[in-house]
Design a protein around this ligand. Structure first.
Ligand SMILES: [Zn+2]
Length: 426
């Protein structure tokens, strides 16, 4: 009997120890958490269990955790969401962004930037979305969502994107509704011409699918009126991307003669039109953004419009674009909000973009580097746009670690302890 009691006791202690030994899979210790949705901005620990955020609190006990991350001096934020990217990469060399060479494989640029969710902005349309899903969405660790191009064959370039006959609202909406977890809206892009039909068809598809549209206003001479677009064609919640562009073929939001944001633009933002950066190759100019921000007009969402061209030009990557907005005077919490919680809301996915307990554990750990890391002997970081306009910044965001679904997928300096966990069944 004594033997049995001892055995039961021993078993109890052993199991008890197991339960205590591994309460969490990952604990991030001592970082400065910025979680705009939950109004958190201070030193906190973050605990992760079974791929989900288990707890955000001060002094979480990390005893027995599989991995402990020392984040002292670093910022801990929700995984970054970039709602304007181009990732339908492929080998059809004449098809530009649609299964072609101008688009990028997601995991090749996301995790090294703290990005865990991206939205492909119209590379595919209803005709080729399923090919895109199979070869990119399903094959990526990054969460990839999509805006369906109103053009059935997506961004194939040239005459394909000018073909109004291939802009079918019903077929587009049907494909969007077939994949409600993946398709977050409809995209208009690259149409050239003084014609409202493409805009109206995109909005019609958005209405049929009950999803927002993202408008890249292409090009037109004379330019199409953005006042007409914002106040009469778009619905609250629709997205205007490339909002700080300044091109002869697109009406800008800032009057370059007076350096003032046009009155109807304020009205549009108040009405609920989402102003998205969509930086891109030539779709962002400091001559628009600096006076706009100075007068208090901020973008709702920060995004890259990343592709093989923009990433090797002025844009570079998500953290560089975020750092540019800090250099223009936007504070860090606002920049984080415009790159996490606000884009989650813009794509109607409120379960993303925060560190809410119970949500999927997508986390970025960022370093805000100061002058001593800057360009040698200058004390500043240089930020320029495609026109050659350069500004100086004292700070720059870099990525130390990215966690996707509770798993460390990027660790720049080995701040996880241990760095590698032996795979085991969960
Ligand atoms: Zn784009």
């Amino acid at each position: 009997m004594k033997k049995l009691t001892f055995f039961i006791l021993a078993a109890f202690v052993a199991f008890g120890n197991l339960a205590w030994a591994q309460p969490y899979h990952v604990v991030i210790k001592g970082g400065h958490v910025i979680d705009p949705k939950n109004n958190i901005n201070g030193i906190m620990d973050v605990a992760i269990l079974d791929g989900k955020i288990a707890k955000v609190a001060k002094n979480i006990d990390a005893t027995g955790a599989r991995q402990v991350v020392k984040a002292k001096g670093l910022y801990v934020t929700p995984g970054i969401i970039d709602i304007h990217t181009h990732v339908f990469f492929g080998t059809n060399m004449d098809q530009t962004y649609s299964n072609g060479p101008n688009a990028l494989p997601p995991d090749g640029f996301t995790f090294r930037n703290g990005v865990t969710t991206i939205v492909d902005a119209g590379c595919s349309g209803w005709r080729d979305f399923e090919a895109f899903k199979k070869q990119t969405i399903d094959a990526s660790q990054t969460r990839v969502l999509a805006l369906l191009n109103i053009v059935g064959s997506g961004m194939r370039g040239g005459k394909f994107e000018q073909n109004i006959d291939d802009m079918d609202p019903k077929a587009t909406a049907e494909m969007a509704q077939k994949y409600p977890d993946l398709v977050v809206g409809v995209k208009l892009a690259h149409f050239n011409g003084y014609d409202w039909t493409p805009t109206d068809r995109a909005v019609e598809a958005g209405k049929l699918a009950n999803k927002p549209v993202m408008i890249d206003f292409g090009g037109s001479k004379p330019t199409l009126s953005i006042e007409e677009l914002f106040l009469r064609r778009l619905r609250p919640g629709d997205i205007f991307t490339h909002c700080f562009g300044q091109l002869a073929t697109r009406e800008p939001i800032l009057d370059v003669a007076t350096n003032k944001v046009k009155p109807f633009v304020w009205e549009a933002q108040k009405k609920g039109v989402i102003f998205d950066v969509g930086y891109g190759g030539i779709s962002f100019a400091f001559s628009q953004a600096i006076p706009a921000l100075k007068s208090g007009f901020f973008p709702n969402t920060i995004s890259t419009d990343i592709h093989t061209g923009s990433m090797n030009n002025a844009m570079k990557d998500m953290l560089n674009v975020m750092s540019k907005f800090m250099a223009m005077g936007m504070d860090l919490p606002s920049v984080i909000k415009a790159s996490t919680w606000s884009p989650a809301l813009a794509i109607k996915r409120p379960e993303l973009g925060s560190l809410t307990e119970g949500s999927e554990a997508d986390v970025a750990i960022l370093d805000l580097q100061d002058g001593k890391f800057a360009v040698r002997d200058t004390g500043y970081f240089g930020f320029f746009d495609y026109t050659g306009h350069k500004i100086e910044g004292k700070q720059k965001l870099t990525c130390e670690m990215t966690i996707r679904k509770g798993r460390i997928v990027y660790d720049l300096n080995g701040i996880a302890d241990p760095i590698v966990v032996r795979q085991r069944a969960q």
